[in-house]
Design a protein around this ligand. Structure first.
Ligand code: ATP
Length: 565
């Protein structure tokens, strides 16, 4: 329960202080879509900026960074959301980018197959499988309620029902049991289809009144469709991109020809992606419109494993550097069975989001070794694996199923005089998920004495200063004696230095501090009597609560230095 409370509190704070709102809220909202408010937009912009700086702006391409096999170039692109439809046929998304869904014939509700799980419930010789798509404790309570209702029993008769996780070696239905810790093996096992013995006929769907109403699982393509031009015909059908990565692959040659980059090099992009998720949930974690931060790193096949390790470790460090605790972040190498058919290795960076069970993690970013699958596919046509090799997939007529561009996407290395198709390492992060993780990690509750020494509850966002939407707050202690004028001067000095600043002269100083703590402002500056006499102000640190006096003349430089931290 405490776990849910924490997430509820974060969601409430995000709305109350203008970080994140439900999209179109005044019309009841639209499931899977979110809006960022005045503070949220700054937080997310800072997350983007921190990623872009790490990848591009602050990247030194002349000297090889620690851990890298050699020096390398990094450039950015911004490509269109709607691309040539052939891109998605060749990339595999057209045929394969699907989740399995099940429908309830009775309620018309739709569920993602791998989200439906539950427990067996037996009473009076009758056994049903009570299904839910809720997580953890909420799911268990839901199953118990449903079973009582189904068997027509009162709450105090719960003990008379026998519950079990049934078949599948301790797994329930097609997902891991509620209580078991998440492991890759359990996840794979969880996707195993139910056996004949555990027939769908005994499954009581989450909202249904009788068992046996779920359809067999079927594929549902997650790409949003639209049309280009006035005619809504098949030839004009187009898709909103489900990932930004293809924009980098199709521009590989353009970037090589126009910017003098040499392999190894990376091309990065930040942009919106769209997936018609069957069950969007957990706040912004699984949305239908979201932003990705992806980078494709093109390298020599012989060096690709070293680069894979380099990017995997570097991406892990980025989250730690920006405030995620090592206790809450794991780097999970995919088991062989989990790998996409073209992938030599993939690692997920996963965060212990508060809406998950203790010991469970949700994906923040995937770092994948994609081999030469993408460039070869866009050149030769959609590839598939045959006898361990990637070959062009043929249709029923024996011709390539989906044609590539026919362009030569190989690379010629001037120095080694070698021609090869580069291998690709792809760190693919979600900007919204990263923003949510930073928000969750930053959320703290404590008690602090107010000016009268009375202990008060405090909500504080301990955001990394680089990510905090407001860096400094300026408070004149009282609204007279020239303090507001002095404070306005200081406020403008911060504005001119390009540091995000807020001015607040409303209410007791303690309340002003608390307002700033709640939005994660690292430094609060108070202008008081001594500012007039000694030319100093107090600077209060959000985390240590330490207050020091700093001369007004050194103030901006002092904060600038601290923000570098
Ligand atoms: P998941 O398994 O959670 O659906 P995925 O493995 O399909 O994610 P990728 O295709 O690897 O995700 O996309 C890269 C990143 O984009 C993810 O790590 C995640 O941060 C983000 N992302 C993917 N789908 C969504 C979504 N529906 N909402 C928000 N972010 C998403």
């Amino acid at each position: 329960m405490a776990v849910e409370n924490r997430m509820d509190k974060i969601v409430a704070l995000a709305k109350r202080r203008g970080f994140i709102f439900q999209s179109s809220e005044i019309y009841g909202g639209l499931n899977g879509f979110w809006d960022y408010g005045p503070l949220g937009v700054e937080l997310k912009r800072n997350v983007r900026q921190a990623w872009w700086s790490d990848m591009i702006t602050e990247h030194d391409e002349i000297t090889a960074p620690a851990g890298a096999p050699t020096s390398f170039d990094m450039v950015g692109v911004e490509t269109s959301i709607i691309m040539h439809p052939q891109v998605w046929k060749v990339s595999g998304h057209y045929d394969l980018f699907a989740d399995k869904l099940v429908d309830c014939r009775e309620t018309k509700a739709r569920y993602r197959f791998d989200h439906v799980r539950g427990r067996w419930a037996s009473y009076g010789g009758n056994r049903i499988f009570v299904a839910t798509d809720k997580d953890a404790e909420e799911g268990i309570a839901f199953v118990e309620q449903r079973a009582l209702k189904f068997f027509g029993l009162k709450k105090d008769k719960l003990a008379a029902i026998e519950f079990g996780t049934g078949a599948h070696g301790g797994l329930s239905f097609n997902g891991p049991p509620f209580t078991a810790p998440y492991t890759p093996a359990a996840a794979i096992e969880g996707l195993r289809p139910i056996t004949d013995a555990d027939s769908f006929d005994s499954v009581l769907a989450p909202e249904a009144t009788k068992p046996g109403t779920l359809t067999d699982p079927r594929d549902f393509n997650l790409m949003f469709q639209t049309y280009t031009g006035a005619l809504q015909s098949d030839e004009n059908k187009a898709f909103l991109r489900p990932e930004t990565a293809q924009g980098m692959f199709v521009n590989f040659k353009n970037v090589c020809d126009s910017s003098r980059v040499k392999v190894p090099f990376g091309v990065a992009q930040i942009g919106k992606s769209f997936r018609n998720e069957i069950t969007p949930r957990n706040f912004t974690f699984r949305s239908r419109e979201f932003e990705q931060m992806e980078m494709e790193f093109f390298c020599h096949p012989g060096q690709s494993l070293a680069w894979y390790q380099y990017w995997r470790d570097r991406r892990y460090s980025w989250y730690i550097k920006h405030g995620i605790s090592k206790d809450n972040l794991i780097l999970r190498e995919h088991a062989k069975e989990e790998l996409a058919h073209y992938s030599v290795g993939t690692a997920d960076l996963e965060y212990a989001f508060p809406f998950l069970d203790a010991g469970s993690y949700g994906e923040l970013e995937g770092v994948a070794h994609r081999g030469d699958f993408d460039l070869r596919s866009h050149s030769e046509g959609k590839l598939c694996k045959q006898d361990g090799n990637l070959v062009v997939e043929l249709g029923a007529d024996g011709k390539p199923k989906y044609l590539g561009s026919g362009k030569d996407l190989s690379y010629f290395d001037d120095e080694s005089r070698e021609r090869f198709v580069p291998h690709v390492i792809e760190p693919a992060a979600g900007c919204d998920r990263a923003t949510l993780a930073f928000l969750c990690e930053a959320f703290h509750e404590d008690k602090q004495p107010d000016e009268k020494g009375v202990m008060q509850e405090r909500l504080v966002l301990k955001l990394h200063p680089k990510l905090a939407p407001v860096k400094v707050a300026i408070f004149p202690l009282i609204k007279k004696d020239g303090l507001p004028e002095k404070a306005a001067e200081i406020y403008r000095a911060f504005k001119q230095a390009g540091i995000a600043v807020q001015y607040d002269q409303q209410g007791a100083i303690g309340r002003r501090y608390r307002r700033m703590d709640e939005i994660g402002t690292p430094y609060c500056i108070t202008i008081d009597g001594e500012t007039n006499t000694a030319g100093t102000v107090t600077v209060r640190d959000r985390d240590t609560l330490e207050q020091i006096r700093v001369p007004v003349t050194e103030l901006v430089a002092h904060v600038q230095e601290k923000l570098k931290g």
